[in-house]
Design a protein around this ligand. Structure first.
Ligand code: ATP
Ligand code: MN
Length: 427
């Protein structure tokens, strides 16, 4: 039995500007800094502490000055790389810090940065590095994540923003407290482009308000992470996001074509800089299956927490009569169905009431911060509290059974918005 085998820890001696990369397959791997200084995506490792990395983790421990590391356990892959873009990333972080210093002096907003690029170029990791360096300079930047599929702030199908005040956890990345989240309900922007644009704008307005209320946040600026879909509407939505989030610096990871398209389309806006940034050779491509597994895991940990920080969700019934639920948008009729001369109405942001039936089983519902007492058309531009998952429907008793991080009873005036995203509760 290989699990019972005691594998000797392996010692790695890294020279300056090198990184140890490893990928965890099934069994956890522990990493310990023995000597010198090292950091993981911008967070410094504590000397002697053993950090545990679990299934699926793809890790790089970098050192600017040289260090010694020990690895316990057997990763799927492990090697030392001496070619990394970390110096470029650090220089960029320093340049952004310079802009924040200027912002402070002149009482104006700090840099609004947007990170774009195709899938698997290290966008999220790069944002983590930039945010960590900002926090290490005592800044409190806002992190916006527009990625619907592999977002870092909330469960899939939604976008959000949060103020970052502490460096990311070595093992679990950022501890997200009190994020502002907007409901979208699908995994790709193309499903409802009108809605996506509206919620980006609404989110940008919240970000703007936070900055106006707190000058340290204003000077710290924003880091906006985006999805890897950079063609068609994906590209259009990047241009829309640049506009909404008053972006002054667009960092394009890896792809020259995207870079030149953006240079071309933003040429008339002199205040926007577009820079091409190299990706790290360490970034690992992820398969469709892996991505889908990560999405499930993200939802599961929303309800159940993680191995190290478990949560205990509640399961209870909501009577049909108190389950005020909507879905945003109804399919538009094709032109050919309409009488000649009649104009097509855009139903993409219309709230359609949902009657409980088997078709909502396993669906995630967002809980709107807008309540039944308020105007219905405010719902889409209002942020959400959190989520429930529909686990059972009892037509006989006229109740839906839900999984919820909050205990019962949920207030009667709540509005639930249905998501396409599903979660099968196997616990
Ligand atoms: P997506 O298109 O899904 O949003 P992305 O461009 O945001 O992807 P990341 O999520 O940042 O890419 O990186 C992909 C994977 O590569 C992650 O698991 C990350 O931990 C890993 N990774 C990033 N940089 C390195 C590195 N230097 N060495 C090893 N692994 C890395
Ligand atoms: Mn990403």
């Amino acid at each position: 039995n290989s699990n019972a085998e005691i594998v000797e820890p392996r010692l790695f001696t890294l020279e300056k500007d090198e990184e140890l990369r490893f990928e965890v397959e099934n069994e956890p791997v522990e990493c310990q800094l023995i000597e010198g200084k090292a950091e993981l995506f911008g967070t410094e490792l504590r000397l002697e502490q053993k950090y545990t990395f679990r299934k699926g983790a793809k890790v790089a421990v970098f050192t600017f000055h040289g260090c010694k590391l020990k690895l316990y356990g057997t990763p799927e892959v492990e090697y030392v790389a001496s070619e990394t873009p970390m110096t470029i990333y650090l220089n960029l972080a320093n340049a952004l810090e310079g802009l924040r210093v200027d912002a402070c002096k002149e009482d104006k907003p700090g840099p609004n940065v947007m990170v774009v690029g195709p899938t698997d170029v290290g966008k999220t990791t790069f944002c983590r590095i930039l945010l960590n360096y900002a926090v290490r300079s005592d800044r409190t930047p806002i992190y916006v994540d527009l990625d619907l599929g592999q977002g870092s702030l909330t469960i899939p199908g939604n976008i959000g923003a949060v103020v970052i005040e502490k460096p990311a956890d070595i093992e679990d990345s950022f501890q997200i407290t009190a994020p502002v989240i907007f409901h979208y309900g699908h995994l790709t922007q193309s499903k409802n482009t009108t809605l996506y644009n509206i919620i980006m704008k609404a989110l940008a307005e919240v970000v703007e308000r936070k900055k106006n209320n707190e000058s340290s946040i204003k000077y710290s600026g924003t880091i906006v992470n985006t999805s890897g879909w950079v063609q068609g509407y994906g590209y259009q939505s990047i241009l829309q996001a640049v506009e909404h989030f008053a972006t002054n610096i667009v960092l394009v990871l890896d792809q020259e074509r995207l870079y030149s398209e953006l240079v071309r389309d933003l040429k008339s806006k002199k205040e926007i800089k577009v820079l091409l940034i190299p990706k790290s050779g360490g970034v690992v491509s992820r398969s469709r299956e892996f991505r889908s597994e990560m999405r499930d895991q993200k939802i599961r940990s929303y309800f159940y927490g993680t191995e190290t920080k478990p949560l205990y969700p509640y399961s209870f019934d909501i009577p049909f009569a108190q389950f005020t639920a909507y879905k945003i948008g109804s399919p538009n009729l094709p032109d050919s169905c309409l009488p000649i001369g009649m104009k097509l109405t855009d139903n993409s942001t219309k709230l359609m009431p949902i009657q409980p039936s088997s078709s909502i089983l396993n669906h995630i519902f967002s809980i709107s911060c807008s309540t039944t007492e308020q105007e219905l058309d405010k719902v889409i531009t209002t942020n959400i509290y959190g989520f429930i998952a529909v686990t059972q429907i009892h037509m006989d008793r006229q109740v839906v059974n839900v999984l919820s991080p909050q205990p019962r009873p949920l207030p009667k005036n709540y509005i639930f918005i249905m998501s396409d995203v599903q979660f099968v509760d196997l616990e």
